[in-house]
Design a protein. Sequence first.
Length: 422
Amino acid sequence: MFRAIKNDWALFAGILMLVTAASLLTTLLTVRGAAVGFSTAQIGLIQAACPVGALLGSMYAPGLVGRVGHVRSFGALASVCSAAAVVHLMTDDPWAWGAMRFLAGLCFPGMFVIAESWLNAKADNRSRAGLLAIYFIATTSGNAMGPYFAGLPDADGTRLFGLASILISLCLVPLLVSRNPAPEIVGGERMPIRRFLQITPMAVVGVLLAGAITSTFQVALPLYGLRLGLDAASATQLLVIAALASAIAQFPIAWASDHTDRRLVVAAAALAGAVVCLLIATGLFAGVWVRLGVALAAAAFLPMYSLCAAHANDQLTPNQMVAASGTLVFTYNVGVIGGSFSGPSMIGVLGPHGFMLLLAALSTLMAALAIIRRRTTAAPLDTGRAHPVHPGAQAGVVMGEAAAEAAAATVAPEPEPAPAPA
C-alpha cells in the first residue's frame, strides 16, 4: 500500500479533491438553500437535478472520451463543473441553481469514470488490493471533508462556493501532468435491466433502494439538523459523523456478509437502521444524543450499496461484471433522484422527523426484500468478497476488482444445477 501511495499520490490527491468538491457542493446547496429562503420542495428539486444529469452523463461520457481522449474530456468536464459552482454566487434563483446542479450531474460521472479508469489501468494482481484500499480512504475522506468545509463560517457562501470551484479546478492538475499514458476506456456497455433482474432481482432492487436511502440521508440530514435548531456548523457536522461511522462499519459488515448469506446481513442492517430512525423520530435520541443516533443509522444504511454490489458479483460471471457495473450505476442514480427530492419534502410535510420516518419505511422495504428473496431462493454456492466502498463512488473500481478476483480463480467447481435468481 505504501508503495502505491508513493507512486500514485498525485492521482489519489486528484480523486480526494474531486470527491471533496462533490460532497461540499451537495451539502452546501442544502444549507445555503435554506439560508436564502428556498422551500424544502425547492431544495429537493434542486438536489434531484444532479442525479438526473448523472443518468445522462454516464451515457455520454464514454463517447466523449472516445472522440477527444481522456485528458481533454476531463479538462472540459472539470471546467464546466467549476463554472457551475461559481454561478451559484451570481443568483439566488432556484431555477438557475437547479440548472447548475444538472450541469454538475452531467460532468461528475465522466470525471469519476476517467479518474477510475486511470486507477484500474495501473492495478495489477499484486497492487490491486492496496490501490482499492487507498481509493476507499480517499473517497471516505473526501465525503467527510466536504460537509466539514460546508459548516465553516461564511455569511454569503462566497468563500465556500469558491472553494468548491478551486478544488474542481485543482483536481485537473495530477492528470494533466501525469507521465502515465492514458488508459483505454471501457465504457458505454450496459447489461439490459430486464436481463439483470432475471439474474439477481435482489441486487437490482436493493441498489435502487440503497440509492434512495443514501440520497435521502445525505441531502436531508443537514436540513434536519437546521430544523432541530442547530447552527450550520453543527448541522453539517452530522454528515461528517455519518461518513466516519459508515466507513468504520463497512469492514465488519463486509466481513459478516462474506461468511453468511449476504441477504441476511442486508436484512439485519436494514431492520437495525429502521429501529434507530424510529427511536430518533420518537425523541429517544434527543439533544447531543442525536449525533449517536445519526452514527448508528449511518453505520446501518450506508454500507448497503457495497452489500448489494457484492451480491450482484456473486451471481455474475467475470465477463458480465463490466456491463453490470454500468447498470448498477444507472439503477443507483434512479434511486438517488427519488431520495434527493423526497427527503427534504418529507421534512416540509411532516416536520424534522419526517425524513427519519421515510428512512425507516425505505429500510423496512429493503429488509422485507432481503427476507423474501432469502426464503424463496438459495444463497449462491460460490461467493467473492464484499469490498467496502462509499455509495457516492462509481461502481467501476469495485466491479473491476471483483472481475479480476473471479478471473484469477484457478480451480473451476464441478457443474451444479443453475440456482434460481437471487
